[in-house]
Design a protein around this ligand. Structure first.
Ligand code: GLC
Length: 756
């Protein structure tokens, strides 16, 4: 009898398995149909501790989707972040950060960074890396600028696309984030980004539009904030009309790690997957189905998108894959050392770089304690950081050992102090370290045994809080003293001074840039940063980076400078939810931020309005010189071809980035930016005397401006001026381009300000 019962039980179990369709890439709708409402309501919400069999993944993992073995559905593992795989209990490679990648003006560099991160994600058992972060650099003080790319939507979108293509070439998915208008960290959960429609289209969704034209990210991450009075995650206009209908996006929309909001409204708007995931969201979905406030087809669409994502994942496609959990740290360290040199920007060089090995006096805590990356979701626990002092010694320099002892001891003391007094964890990283205030007398002593001085100034920032003006954008008093003392003492002795900027973004430079003889902007260059910096300082690599944003002379020269929480200071490590109303605070720039500058962000403002900058967008020097010749501009069907011959006219090999800016006739518009970047390229390494034709194509439609009243892009009939050269201020050549007729490109009417 017992055997019979057992047999019947197995029969039923097999029958049950048979009854449930097993997921394939071709039967998604069948599986969705077979799933119960409760199963679907679990599937579209991140796997969480209230779920049966919950598995959080490796410590530090971003989140997993809910598995359903009975349908052959595994979890999809999502890991942070843009600079490398963020895990809490094991080492991964810290790659160069977004700003540096964008400063390379090189899609190949972005692709290779993405490829490296994709490989490590795969090695650690991930399916999706929650990257790239690609919000526009509206203001230099946004805490997450370091992981983003540029003030220009084309440079942002194209570099993001190359990064995505690199990651996805390894079989790992990506998440283009944070869509959209998440341009400050202060009160990011509830802040309302308020802007006119032309600004939204031409700047804040434009980078994503270009990114989606040049790549196919498996997911797009919907940001936390409001946009014109509506949560982006609940905005049908943003997530369906613009992202899907206008941009043609076919992938999955995942929410940023939101707590419970209006889940049915989010589903209806086009949010497909709710991460990190709370059981109350599942319950809210079921209740909304019951009371009719949620249509089953909205849930089914989301479930289908999740299953599409599942079928792309390694967890699904390679059931037998056992992740080694050991990335190739050595190979990736060598890779990041090389890639980091591609985006370093030489801002000044008056007869000092490249340096031959000599006696160097190294000043500044960050010469001995380099900042490889930033804090928050983009933080990476890397196995080591190559320091500038060690790298210079390896390159044959002899350093002042007294300074090394002083600074290394100070760095250890500061680290201990910060760790003791701040709640430091891998999600937040370490806050800014104050510069050591050394005396002039010490500088005078050190100068006697040195041939050259090198000063490294550092800035770090991260998710959930913004930078501020005082002692962050502006230099600290100790830093000013250091610069003045070292430059006076070394110049009096006929010796040179080099400054290295190990920074998370723009800092004030105008007041002090005349002091040193050279300035190299090294950004947050990753774990091999010291070697990369030494490679550039010694001429092993000729710098070819170009600024992906404007360095203003004064913070208040920026359009919209007052429309940012530039002086909001709080003891909390996290400014995500500030609740100004509870604290009697002015809600301006906290509860809402008015993008009063409109489309005039960065060089669009500085060039159009004649505002002088300290260093313009696209600026960067080289150890060699280049000449431009034979420019060609012509319309080829619905594209514009712009090409130019670049020749290395100097004595050392080098690479040259080329920007293509266009000045458009006004057409029916009352105003347009004086010029806008429409394409860019970079030469290979050109030997002295060698030439290369840099050829760029871009759609004629990219010459259009957005007419909000008629909800369409419009190209004007007339003559355009096409400028060649990365530096937005100094074109190397220009040619006219005539459009014999204008054209309109209608799009959906969406996300318009609730008040006109
Ligand atoms: C964070 C970040 C996002 C990150 C996610 C998962 O809040 O905004 O960039 O990928 O949560 O950690």
């Amino acid at each position: 009898m017992k055997a019979k019962v057992l047999f019947l039980a197995c029969l039923l179990a097999t029958a049950n398995l048979w009854a449930q369709p097993q997921l394939t890439a071709d039967n998604i709708s069948e599986v969705v149909k077979a799933m119960s409402p409760r199963e679907k309501a679990l599937l579209v919400v991140g796997f969480n501790s209230a779920c049966e069999g919950y598995n959080p993944g490796l410590p530090g993992t971003g989140g997993l989707t809910h598995p359903f073995p009975q349908y052959g559905i595994p979890s999809v593992v999502m890991m942070d972040g843009p600079v490398g795989v963020r895990l809490e209990d094991r080492f991964t490679t810290c790659f160069p950060t977004g700003l540096l990648v964008a400063a390379s003006w090189d899609r190949e560099t972005a692709f290779r960074v993405g490829q490296g991160i994709g490989e490590e994600t795969r090695d650690m058992g991930g399916d999706v890396i929650l990257a790239p972060g690609m919000n526009l650099l509206r203001n230099p003080l946004n805490g997450r600028n370091f992981e983003y790319f540029s003030e220009d939507p084309l440079l942002s979108g194209s570099i993001a696309a190359a990064y995505i293509n690199g990651v996805q070439q390894t079989g790992i998915g990506t998440s283009a984030k944070h869509f959209a208008a998440n341009n400050q960290e202060t009160n990011r959960l509830d802040g309302d980004s308020r802007m006119d429609t032309r600004t939204l289209r031409e700047l804040y969704t434009r980078g994503f539009e270009i990114c989606l034209r040049e790549s196919a990210p498996w997911t797009v991450m919907a940001s936390y904030n409001y946009l014109n009075g509506e949560y982006t995650q609940e905005s049908y206009g943003l997530l369906t009309d613009i992202l899907r209908k206008d941009f043609g996006y076919k992938g999955l929309v995942v929410t940023d790690w939101t707590g419970k909001r209006n889940t049915p409204r989010q589903l209806h708007a086009g949010s497909n997957l709710f991460m990190g995931g709370m059981y109350s969201q599942t319950e809210h979905i079921l209740a909304s189905l019951e009371d009719g406030s949620l249509a089953m087809e909205d849930l089914d669409l989301a479930a289908s998108k999740v299953l599409e994502l599942v079928t792309k994942s390694i967890s699904f496609q390679r059931r037998d894959y056992v992740p080694p959990l050991k990335p190739d740290l050595e190979a990736h360290a060598a890779l990041t050392r090389t890639l980091a040199t591609e985006g370093m920007v030489l801002l000044k060089n008056e007869g000092v770089l490249p340096l031959a090995p000599s006696r160097a006096a190294l000043f500044g805590i960050h010469s001995y304690d380099l900042i490889p990356g930033g804090n928050g979701a983009a933080f990476v626990t890397c196995p080591y950081v190559a320091q500038v002092d060690d790298a210079l010694k390896e390159a044959g320099f002899s350093l002042n050992s007294g300074l090394e002892k002083l600074y290394r001891g100070y760095a250890r003391f500061i680290e201990a102090d910060l760790t003791l007094n701040h709640k430091v964890n891998v999600h937040v990283g370490l806050p800014q370290k104050p510069e050591l205030d050394i005396t002039r007398r010490l500088v005078e002593q050190v100068e006697k045994d040195a041939d050259v001085a090198i000063i490294t100034l550092g800035r770090v920032s991260g998710e959930a809080r913004d930078r501020i003006l005082e002692e962050d954008f502006l230099l600290q008093e100790e830093e000013v003293n250091l610069l003045e003392n070292v430059c006076e003492v070394f110049h009096a002795a006929g010796k040179k001074v080099v400054v290295v900027l190990n920074v998370c973004g723009v800092v004030e430079t105008a007041s002090w840039k005349d002091l040193p003889d050279a300035i190299l902007c090294a950004w947050l260059p990753g774990e091999e940063g010291g070697h990369s910096i030494a490679d550039v300082l010694t001429g092993r690599v000729n710098p070819s980076g170009r600024l992906p944003m404007t360095f203003p002379q004064d913070y208040f020269d920026i359009a919209g400078a007052e429309d940012f929480p530039y002086h909001f200071v709080s003891e909390k490590a996290n400014e995500s939810a500030v609740h100004p109303e509870r604290r009697g605070m002015d809600p301006k720039n906290i509860s809402y931020t008015d993008y009063t500058e409109g489309i005039y962000v960065g060089y669009r403002h500085f060039v159009t309005h004649g505002q002088e900058e300290s260093y313009p967008f696209g600026f960067g020097l080289s150890y060699t010189t280049f000449a431009y010749s034979r420019p060609v501009v012509k319309q080829v069907g619905d594209r514009v071809k712009a090409s130019i011959t670049v020749t290395n006219t100097g004595a050392v090999a080098g690479k040259e980035a080329v920007g293509i800016y266009v000045h458009a006739p006004l057409g029916g518009f009352s105003h347009k930016p004086e010029r806008e970047l429409r394409a860019f390229g970079k030469t290979r390494l050109l030997q002295p005397g060698e030439s290369q034709v840099v050829e760029c194509f871009f759609p004629v439609r990219d010459l259009a401006s957005f007419n909000a009243a008629l909800s369409r892009w419009e190209t004007a009939k007339g003559t355009y001026t096409v400028y060649f050269g990365a530096d937005c201020r100094k074109p190397a050549a220009s040619l006219p381009l005539t459009l014999n007729k204008g054209r309109n490109y209608p799009v959906s009417r969406a996300c318009e300000p609730v008040r006109q």
